[in-house]
Structures are given as C-alpha cells and as structure tokens.
Design a protein around this ligand. Sequence first.
Ligand SMILES: Nc1ncnc2c1ncn2[C@@H]1O[C@H](COP(=O)(O)OP(=O)(O)O)[C@@H](O)[C@H]1O
Ligand SMILES: [Mg+2]
Length: 260
Amino acid sequence: MSDIVLEIAGVNRIYSDDKENVVEALHDISLSVRRGEFLTFIGSSGCGKTTLLRLIAGLDEPQSGKLLLDGKEICGTDTNRGYVVQQGGLFPWLSVRDNIAYGLKVRGLYQKNKADVVKYIGLIGLDGFEKSYPHQISGGMAQRVAIARALINNPEILLLDEPMGALDSFTRADIQDKLLELKGESGATMILVTHDVDEAIYLSDRIVIMTPRPGRINDVLNVAIPHPRHRGGVEFMAMRRDILEKLNLASAQPQPEYTI
Ligand SMILES: Nc1ncnc2c1ncn2[C@@H]1O[C@H](COP(=O)(O)OP(=O)(O)O)[C@@H](O)[C@H]1O
Ligand SMILES: [Mg+2]
C-alpha cells in the first residue's frame, strides 16, 4: 500500500449565487496526505477549511482538480471517511450506545462486531452512560461519542471540523489527549480543522496554514516535537510564535486610503 492515503491535486471550488456574487473558496489546492499522519488545517474563518473537508468527505465536488483516496477518485460519501463536526452531530433520538453502534447496524455488521461498541465506550471513558441520550450528557462527552461513532467504522481517514471548538479549555485538552490515544488505537489518518494554534501544535505531525480570499495553502510546517508535548516547552512556544506570525501576515489586509 502506498504511503500516500489522500492526494489533493489542483482543487478549485467556487461558490456563486444568483446575483452573480462569486466566492473563490478554494484556489488551486494541492497536497499529499500520508497514511497514518495527523494533519491540521489552520487559518482564519472563511479560508475554505470546511469546504475542503466536505470535498474529502464526498459531500461536495470541486469544479476542477481531483481528490484521490488510495488512488481512486472520491465520489460521494463512504464509511472509509468519518466526519465529525463542531456540535450537534449526534442523533438525538438514539442513546450513546446506539449512536456509536449506528454505522455497524446500517451495514449489517452489528451482530459480528458488537464487542467493538463496548470497546469504544470504554476507550472514550463513557462506561455507565451507554443508555443516556445526547441531551443528558455534556458537550465534551457528546464529542467523544461523535468521534467513537465515526471510528467504529474503521475509516481510512477521520475528518474533524473544529470538533473542540465549542468546548471549554479543560474539556478541550482532555479530548485532545483522547484523540491521540484513539489515533494510536485505530491507526486512522486524522485531518483536523482548527483555528487554535496550540491545539494544532499539540496534535499534529504537519500543519497546513491557509489564507482566505481566495482560500489557498500558504505554508506547510512539520511539527518535529516528540510526544507527549508540553505547551510551555521551548520548541512549542517557538513554533507558536512562528505560526501566529504567519497567520497574522497572511490575514493582513491592505489598509484603505482615506482622503479628507
Ligand atoms: N454554500 C455556500 N455558498 C456560498 N458561499 C459559501 C458556501 N459555503 C462557504 N461559502 C463561502 O466560502 C468561503 C469559505 O468558507 P468555509 O469553507 O466555510 O471556510 P472556513 O471553514 O475556513 O471558515 C467563505 O467565504 C464562505 O462564505
Ligand atoms: Mg469552517
């Protein structure tokens, strides 16, 4: 099997409305994602991060360019790509257990893989909450359920669109550690979208800095800091400065000229 799990080649995605307003959400995006890596897209709001994840998930198509998963062009959604969004991704009418089991049930794999449901409930630390419904658990717990629900299908790639964006910093740190643990356990390639610089450095093997209007790749950085990473470490802080500087430069707009 090739080292490259996902190839994004010259992808463009333009939105236009009936008033002929045009937004170039993604402009000529090319990137190879390595099998098993933790890759993060970071950038200000509107730089096309969600658009790109939706293309990888198969929920949308580019106007030009290609996305290849294991050498095959992505066409529609499939369980080989799990997708976790910021909030509200769980089925409110299903219990924790049934939310996690959902993917197995719809594919007729539940009887054979029942034990995986128990395993994932344990891995996300929700033993005792199997029968709870989404409205009865905290936001952090719900996000852990959403991650388990995606991973139980053994996806090649787990797509995470700001999954910790709505959580407080303690819960966030807790889920970050859980993600690294689950990555080790599942071997899945993880692609995260965030605008939290520390989160990106803490988790990633590589960080892709994006810039808006049009959405482009500005830089790709390797994070060579060994795990477990310390947010106050010298290398960590140097990297944080570097990324913040790149993000600030990237978002700097030309100042308007005023004549009085
Ligand atoms: N369905 C859509 N129709 C029109 N414009 C859209 C649509 N989705 C996103 N956009 C625009 O495309 C750009 C990129 O959006 P998005 O991918 O959501 O960025 P991000 O996730 O980085 O905040 C933004 O300017 C946004 O307003
Ligand atoms: Mg977004």
